[in-house]
Design a protein around this ligand. Structure first.
Ligand code: IMP
Ligand code: MG
Length: 340
């Protein structure tokens, strides 16, 4: 990987398949550090590599590269039970650190997130993140450094990342959810409890804007949304199933609402995130013959036309194209500079 700081974020309502794109980049570019920003264990990132499926809610998806150090930025909320289980399941005890200032999700936060307004009106994931962030803002929340269980994992994440960048080592910064669920830039109140655009994710991990070299914004070939809030062009359940677009939430198990790719929303998201590159996942859901392909020129003509349309509509190169679930079911295209 060219050294520098790569930020990888979701472009829509989460579940774009960031896990797949991030894991591929982590294997290919060999970052010395991967750091996760974003909200907390409300996210579910699926990584499939060499027949093994991981569902990650706390650890960076770069866990698939055994040489990469795994960090959680100060803005991230930690649920110790979820965290320890993932550390154990992935055997990553000795390469994982959380920022001492991460805030802790307590049982009462989870209970509050599973009733009343948050459950009935917003349709949250019920993982305690909103109430834990509320406590943090009220400055009554507990931090990782105050939690005995986290003792062996504490670090200064911002310092570690910035020192690695000073040494010209590659770093990837992983976002959660998607820009359209941002507390500031999304359809309030149907949003998550933080800003999850690229700038927010950088703030979470303590990296300043001038240090970022690439911002990869990930979209899926169609749009999904779980929970409440507007979804332009929403399909009926029947139509969703007919098109083969039915998906279930990896944290909540809920059937995701679905709609066709939306160029207008995608353009807003590209602007909001200052995207320099785009990743598109699940091209095979729209064009089944593209399944598992690894060369752009072999894609069916209509699939290539769809990718070209995204590039020209968004004036940003589509560099990563997912053609199947495995981290390696991907087409990586050379970036050629051109006039849009
Ligand atoms: P919360 O983040 O659990 O408070 O949920 C707020 C809204 O964001 C709800 O509509 C959730 O369904 C949605 N949401 C939160 N995290 C994710 C995610 O990782 N993928 C998709 N939707 C999410
Ligand atoms: Mg997800």
């Amino acid at each position: 990987m060219a050294s520098g700081c790569w930020v990888i974020v979701g472009g829509a309502y989460g579940d774009e398949g960031k896990g797949k794109i991030i894991s591929y980049i982590a294997l290919k570019k060999k970052p010395s550090i991967a750091v996760r920003g974003g909200v907390g264990p409300n996210a579910g990132h699926t990584v499939i590599y060499r027949g093994k499926t991981l569902k990650l809610r706390m650890l960076p998806c770069a866990v698939v590269n055994e040489k990469t150090e795994l960090l959680l930025g100060a803005g991230v909320l930690v649920d110790p039970d979820v965290f320890f289980k993932e550390v154990q399941d992935t055997g990553s005890r000795f390469r994982t650190k959380v920022d001492r200032n991460c805030a802790i999700i307590e049982k009462r936060h989870v209970e509050m997130d599973r009733e009343g307004h948050l459950k009935d009106v917003i349709g949250t994931t019920g993982t305690g993140t909103g109430p834990a962030n509320a406590d943090r803002i009220l400055r009554v929340g507990k931090l990782a450094k105050d939690d005995e269980r986290m003792r062996d994992y504490l670090g200064n994440v911002s310092l570690r990342i910035n020192s690695a960048l000073d040494r010209d080592e590659p770093v990837i910064v992983e976002g959660t959810q998607g820009a359209l669920l941002s507390l500031y830039h999304g359809d309030y109140p149907y949003v998550t409890s933080k800003d999850v655009s690229a700038s927010g994710i950088c703030s979470d991990v303590g990296v300043g804007p001038k240090r970022v070299s690439e911002v990869v914004v990930v979209f899926k070939s169609f749009i999904t949304r779980v929970g409440s809030g507007p979804l332009e062009g929403e399909l009926s359940r029947e139509e969703t199933v007919k098109r083969g677009w039915q998906e279930f939430g990896s944290v909540t198990g809920r059937l995701r609402r679905a709609a066709p790719f939306n160029f207008k929303l995608a353009r807003e998201s590209v602007t909001l995130n200052s995207a320099t590159q785009i990743g598109i996942t699940k091209l095979d859901a729209l064009f089944p013959e593209s399944s598992h392909m690894r060369e752009f020129d072999r894609l069916p003509k209509d699939a290539r036309a769809f990718v070209d349309e995204i590039e020209s509509e968004l004036s940003t190169p589509v560099v990563y194209i997912g053609t199947g679930p495995d981290a390696e079911d991907i087409i990586e295209r050379k970036v050629v500079s051109r006039e849009w």
